[in-house]
Design a protein around this ligand. Structure first.
Ligand code: SF4
Ligand code: F3S
Ligand code: FES
Length: 244
């Protein structure tokens, strides 16, 4: 059932084109019940403007590629219902990340760099992975905690919402701190707290975080970022004091 007309104000800009200037372009659509932002954007692209750039892969909140600023708040387009938004919807790309064009940003490039910097992979005793050990049983509550943090889809919403990240390009953000928390929790990882301190014990890591907690509020996967960051900070602060 069509029930109300929605106005979209969408940021258009192609950084590859020197003649392109950032501007807001208006589109109107009739809202269908159950329509998501992802469906609306596809309708606009199919029926009104094939040049509009935005990303999606899974349409199910799993791949993290459709994150964008929706009336100033980072959200996943595929998980946002138009009925939950006002009649005028302003869409802009996530800040902080390299702009590809319009609503499309290169989160993957930044996430890869951050993951390499933080060595965000399992450091096991063996040179080559021992599959038997990878499958090793762990206490259910530990497995649950690791699994909780593993649900991160690297959408970039936490970075887009974080005031520290806007000021400090090398800040690893809640996504990076969450990865360290995840490997610290994992009993198969041989790294000690001092090793993690080497990776995040500075202003681009846990001491740069000002506890603004927007990351926790906007994470579409509801990761326990607040608890994990606070816990990491306490642990890392103890090491900092010990090293003074
Ligand atoms: Fe997205 Fe949450 Fe992962 Fe941040 S921590 S990248 S908001 S899923
Ligand atoms: Fe940013 Fe979250 Fe810390 S919003 S300042 S990473 S608590
Ligand atoms: Fe994959 Fe939205 S399209 S999370």
């Amino acid at each position: 059932m069509k029930n109300r007309q929605i106005t979209f104000q969408i940021l258009r800009y192609n950084p590859q084109d020197v003649a392109s200037k950032p501007r807001l372009q208006s589109y109107t659509l009739e809202k269908d019940s159950g329509m998501t932002l992802f469906i609306a954007l596809n309708e606009i692209r199919e029926q009104q403007d094939p040049t509009l750039q935005f990303d999606f892969v899974c349409r199910a909140g799993i791949c993290g590629s459709c994150a964008m600023m929706v009336n100033g708040r980072p959200r996943l387009a595929c998980r946002t219902l138009i009925s939950d938004l006002p009649k005028t919807i302003v869409l802009t790309p996530l800040p902080f990340f390299e702009l590809i064009g319009d609503l499309s940003v290169n989160t993957g490039k930044w996430m890869r760099g951050m993951s390499r910097h933080l060595e965000a992979w399992l450091h096991s005793r063996e040179e080559s992975p021992d599959l038997g050990r990878i499958e090793e049983k762990m206490e259910p509550e530990v497995a649950e905690a690791v699994y909780e943090m593993d649900r991160c889809i690297e959408c970039g919403c936490c970075i887009a919402a974080c005031g520290t990240a806007q000021m400090r390009q090398d800040f690893v953000g809640a996504v990076g701190l969450g990865k360290i928390a995840r490997f610290r929790l994992d009993p198969r990882d041989i790294r000690a707290d001092d090793d993690f301190y080497e990776l995040i014990g500075d202003d681009n890591g846990v001491f740069g975080c000002m506890s603004l907690l927007a990351c926790h509020d906007v994470c579409p996967k509801y990761l326990p970022l607040k608890t994990q960051i606070a816990f990491l900070r306490r642990k890392m602060a103890k090491i900092a004091i010990r090293q003074e």
